[in-house]
Design a binder for this molecule. Sequence first.
Ligand SMILES: [Zn+2]
Length: 232
Amino acid sequence: MKINVRDVYQGITSLVFPEICLICNQVFEKVCRSCEYRWLQNARSFRIDDLTISAVVTYDSESSGVVLKAKEDRNKVARLLMANALANSIMSWKVKTDYANLLLVPIPSSKMAIRRRGESFLQPILKSALQICSSHGMKDLAWRSVLLHQKRVKDQSELSFNERRKNLENAFKINENSGLENSLATAKIILIDDVVTTGATLLSAARALRERKMTVLGAATVCASAHRLLIR
Ligand SMILES: [Zn+2]
């Protein structure tokens, strides 16, 4: 009997890299390379109104499952995938602007969500992303929780585009204790969020900051709707 060398090799590699994948096999421990690849791609940019927004992953059933795992289960692998994608999204701004005065401002979780989960969802992912940026030479990026929720925002998922806009029109106010009063005037702000679909949240956040004469360049996000990420 002839032994097929390739079969032996594949047998060995599947022992070394057990093919248990968070995304395609739903065993939430590891991710296979083909699924991981989507979260390691370079960011693409698009515009909504006057905001330039970067994102890495198309928001679909697969990626929304990863976001949900990161959010609801605090799944470490899912959070790391998001941190990698967010880092690429942030780093794409390096070529667009002098990043010395950049200030990253995360969209805050609603009070209700913080009460339910006990912490901000985005902040630990942003902190991991900044470590990745730093290891790629984009060191000392500053971030601040400048924004707070103004009023209770209704659950967005059931609302139409116009209803969402209305719901979010005055969603944010400035955190007067963010301790950056002087440097905020000169900072070039990039908003940070996990998912962008209509853009209503980001536009509302930009409006709140600009009303206070702050400069908002755009946003760095993880996932965006497919039609936003079309190459044009
Ligand atoms: Zn997979």
